[in-house]
Design a protein around this ligand. Sequence first.
Ligand code: FE2
Length: 137
Amino acid sequence: MLRDWSDVYSVGIPEIDEQHQGFFAASHRLYEQILDRDAKQGVQEALAFMRHYADSHFQAEEAFMRQHDYPALKAHQALHAAFFARLDALAEDLATFGPSPDLADRALDLTQDWLVEHIADEDVLYALHARSQTADA
Ligand SMILES: [Fe+2]
């Protein structure tokens, strides 16, 4: 199910929230392109965009964590790497089997639902850590 961005997903860091909204948009675009039977080229473009967007967003997050000496950086990086492994597997299946509603659902699960859970379970932790540091200073 396509979800709209909501403030409940906010981690309280405007720059990161903005990137998460862009991630959402990239996710929805990928979903819609896979469902669009006439958009073979569009699927490739949407996949490339998703990968590029995720890469620069993850790098920005990891830089933020480093800057704040976040102790669980390595574990968080592993989650980002696992995301790319699943995105690659999806890209391979798209190339092998062609776009289908099943693969569109899988794309939405991997990108939108993954992001929502990742924000709630992981991103909030580095945001809290950064806030506690500022409170100490
Ligand atoms: Fe993250």
